[in-house]
Write a protein that binds this ligand. Structure first.
Ligand SMILES: [Zn+2]
Length: 503
């Protein structure tokens, strides 16, 4: 008799002892269709074997699939998961662990991530916290000493806690080397003076470090996404810098005479017009830019989820997870305020939302066309800003990629294998294959049918008796072979929010 899902929740694998997840349907992250029932054997944090009926039929494995359970695994280490789906651990390609003015505790953030099956994050910038603290969290997460996804830290270019802010190309290169010595795996830019950014990107390449850029409205006129991609940029974040690289009838975006970039509300209101002012698919600039971008190997991390509130601010304020899962400090951070980044939804009008809806139509078409030409797109949620929430908004991002035209299997790949490629660790993780790290997500519903079932609040539904129920949610996350009860992680996040509210 095999053990059950409930047994798996508290299972602690032992060194040198193989264990197995049996009879699940596997969505392996490569883009190939689901298959099963199949078995995954794990030993010392790695997937040692994947047994599937189609391999037996193809003669790649023992032909007798009726004697199919992996004999190297003792019965007490086998877990029967019939009817469930197993995926590679999700990778949020644009994440922040949260600064002290956003969240009361990073453990709360980690629980929300693990509760949504996020087993790795690309932490872009280490914003608002000292890098020493980030490097320590990254080290402990990789060593399994911290109940958290494995953190891949990027440092914001020019920070003075790394090295003196660079003024020359040589100093920019030296800054990147110092960031590397501090343990950064990549550099996050908000744009920079062209000669500094060009030198820093060259150094990132030379050191095999990642690079990501938020092409701010302020810096884009000197270095838009096409220029930085030519300098070797790894990934283009958000909606900025791209439309600006292919205007058909202007060189710079038009802004009102009174526009002031330091005014957050004005900044985001105008940001909604960047694509609307820009080229359309029928313009030659559109295809030329896409072809060059794809040819350069640049990745897009659109983070659709973080601007989604601009299409419907009332909905964003009242999502079903807000009451139980948004902590008091984060709720306060989201409240409109001139001093907090992205908290600008006061007097947000019909006209603003219509503009952003139009912007999304054009922007999504661009991202889709980029993928159709062979470009890599990854899922990033940019949590902690503009009503984007840890874990929950990662599921939003998957739905938004679907809305942009990605097929469900493409969406899952954007969240797994393609993100691993972006991080340069696709030999290590990102798909369910023998030899890779055991980074896995176990769910009760088929996410290809309905991505909403991945949300921590599940999918609003009805049972056979006609009662309203919530279906779905992640059951188990496996991080480098360590089993995490995802439901428990979410329960603890809820309890933390309740305790903060009482205090
Ligand atoms: Zn961000």
């Amino acid at each position: 008799m095999h053990r059950t899902l409930e047994d798996l929740r508290t299972y602690r694998p032992e060194p040198g002892v193989p264990w197995a997840l049996l009879d699940a349907t596997i969505i392996d992250g490569t883009g190939g269709p689901a298959f099963g029932p199949a078995h995954v054997v794990i030993l010392d944090g790695r997937i040692s074997r994947v047994l599937a009926r189609h391999d037996a039929l193809a003669g790649l494995a023992d032909g007798d699939y009726s004697a199919r359970y992996p004999d190297e695994v003792a019965p007490e280490h086998r877990f029967s998961l019939e009817g469930m789906h197993l995926l590679p651990g999700f990778i949020d390609a644009h994440a922040h662990i949260g600064a002290p003015d956003q969240v009361e505790s990073t453990d709360y953030v980690f629980k929300l991530w693990l509760g949504h099956g996020i087993t790795r994050v690309r932490e872009v910038g280490s914003l608002g916290i000292g890098f020493g603290r980030m490097a320590e969290a990254a080290r402990r997460s990789a060593a399994g000493e911290l109940a958290a996804p494995i953190i891949h830290p990027y440092l914001t270019f020019g920070r003075e806690d790394v090295a003196p802010p660079p003024r020359t190309g040589d100093e920019a290169r030296a800054w990147v080397r110092a960031a590397r010595e501090h343990g950064a795996l990549g550099v996050k830019f908000f744009g920079a003076a062209p000669e500094l950014m060009r030198a820093a990107l060259a150094e990132c390449r030379a050191l095999d470090m990642g690079s990501a850029c938020h092409h701010s409205q302020q810096t884009s006129p000197r270095a838009n996404a096409l220029q930085t991609a030519r300098w070797g940029l790894g990934s283009i974040e958000h909606s900025y810098g791209q439309a600006e690289a292919m205007y058909a009838d202007r060189v710079l975006p038009a802004v009102p005479a009174e526009f002031n970039y330091s005014d957050e509300a004005m900044r985001f209101r105008e940001a909604g017009s960047l694509w609307v002012q820009g080229a359309r698919p029928s313009d030659s600039q559109w295809g030329d830019f896409l072809d060059e971008l794809v040819g350069l190997g640049t990745t897009l991390v659109p983070t659709f989820a973080v601007y989604n509130a601009a299409r419907d601010a009332e909905r964003a304020r009242n999502r079903e997870w807000v009451r139980e899962y948004v902590s008091p400090r984060l709720a306060r951070f989201f409240t409109p305020c001139a001093h907090r980044h992205g908290s600008f939804f006061a007097d947000w009008t019909t006209e603003d939302e219509v503009l952003w809806k139009e912007q999304y139509r054009i922007w999504m078409r661009f991202v889709r066309d980029f993928a159709l030409r062979g470009g890599r797109v990854c899922a990033g949620s940019d949590p902690g800003f503009i009503h984007s929430h840890y874990g929950f908004s990662f599921v939003d991002e998957l739905e938004l990629l679907r809305e942009a035209g990605f097929q469900p299997l493409e969406v899952i790949r954007a969240a797994t294998l393609h993100a691993a490629e972006l991080l340069g660790i696709d030999g290590e993780t990102g798909s369910i294959e023998a030899g890779k790290s055991a980074d896995l997500v176990l769910v009760g519903e088929n996410p290809l049918r309905n991505l909403k079932t991945l949300s921590g609040v599940g999918h609003y539904s009805m049972d056979e008796g006609g009662a309203v129920v919530r279906r779905g949610g992640v059951e188990i996350a496996v991080v480098a072979g360590r089993v995490v009860d995802a439901r428990r992680a979410l329960r603890e996040a809820r309890e933390f929010v309740a305790a903060c509210a009482e205090a």
